[in-house]
Design a protein around this ligand. Structure first.
Ligand SMILES: [Mn+2]
Length: 332
């Protein structure tokens, strides 16, 4: 199985957090395949280091620096930068077959059986089911396919501005040609579907194997109360109906990813998104988090100590605005 891999993509540190949780969820469910993370140049060194703990291969894709077809394509279509980065997965020719998974997906059980499928297998998109959703798909790395995809991109662009449009135009007979290439929806379940067809979700949702956090608000945009183990501020989101997926994501993130990120950042500040007041007294976990504003009256010595322990009060006293004001007062 060394010639097959799950592949994901992180273009910044937020998506890197998603990739870490995805990687950990694949490991938790004991995949026998390799794990590959493609990263963009904006992913910082500490995040790369933590990604390496979950992924067998962390590969930098710098389209601007590649000097090849992708670079030329980007010159003509600068709007499609992230898309070109994603298409790069076809160049992983040291694998015979791969499953691409977006960094905003989460695996709920072992999904190695996906490798029984052929290129291009994917699940229907909930918005337009004759299109496949490009958050999870089976593909076969090939430089020839890669070049053709880029060519298509440069000539025709993308009808939706992203990789899903490009891939659906390229694999245009997906809807009708071969039902074996239609992955069951439980391999790419989005919360949008919970919204639009609740009875079906109640009937089949329990079989879900992969959750896709589709839409603008991603799991890492919320914050989490580690003390009560609850995700905060998601009342406007459809996932309120079944917030346990979001909770599952935060469970892995807060217990496994945050401690590794803290260790990697060292004395540098890392904003985890976890609130955990009074952790010193309760001894609940090793997660070091921002001090809640209610602690605003601590002495400056105490505050300095907290800052040095990586417990800066990002939302309050140590917020960027306050730091800037301080800097301005020195400069003026
Ligand atoms: Mn996605």
């Amino acid at each position: 199985m060394a010639d097959q891999a799950f592949v994901t993509l992180a273009t910044n540190d937020n998506y890197a957090k998603g990739a870490m949780v995805l990687g950990k969820s694949l490991r938790n469910h004991k995949t026998s395949r390799k794990l590959v993370a493609l990263i963009g140049p904006h992913v910082t060194e500490p995040a790369r280091e933590v990604l390496r703990k979950f992924y067998d291969e962390v590969r930098l894709v710098d389209v601007l620096d590649s000097g090849d077809t992708a670079h030329l394509a980007l010159m003509k279509r600068p709007d499609l930068g992230v898309t070109f980065t994603k298409l790069h997965c076809w160049t992983l020719t040291h694998y015979t077959k791969c499953v691409f998974m977006d960094a905003d997906t989460l695996v709920l059980s072992n999904v190695d059986e996906l490798f029984d499928r052929e290129e291009l297998s994917a699940a229907p998109d909930p918005g337009w089911p004759d299109c496949f959703n490009s958050g999870v798909f089976v593909f076969q790395p090939s430089n020839e396919t890669y070049e053709k995809l880029l060519q298509r991109c440069t000539d025709n662009g993308s009808f939706d501005g992203g990789d899903q449009g490009v891939l659906n135009s390229f694999f245009s007979n997906w809807a009708t040609a071969d039902i074996a290439k239609h992955l069951p929806f439980i391999y790419n379940l989005s919360s949008i579907a919970i919204y639009s067809y609740l009875p079906a979700f109640k009937q089949y949702g329990g079989d879900a194997k992969v959750v896709h956090f589709l839409g603008k608000v991603k799991p890492w945009n919320y914050s989490y109360d580690a003390k009560t183990r609850s995700v905060k501020g998601h009342s406007q989101d459809p996932s309120t109906l079944h917030p346990n997926y979001l909770l599952k994501w935060w469970d892995i993130y807060s217990s496994v990813v945050v401690p590794l990120m803290k260790a990697e950042y060292g004395s540098q500040a890392f904003f985890s998104g976890c609130d955990e007041p009074d952790e010193m007294h309760e001894g609940m976990s090793q997660i070091h988090v921002s001090t809640p504003p209610s602690h605003a009256d601590i002495s400056s010595e105490e505050r300095k100590q907290k800052w040095e322990q990586g417990q800066a009060d990002y939302m309050g006293m140590d917020s960027f605005d306050n730091i800037q004001r301080k800097l301005d007062s020195f400069l003026n």
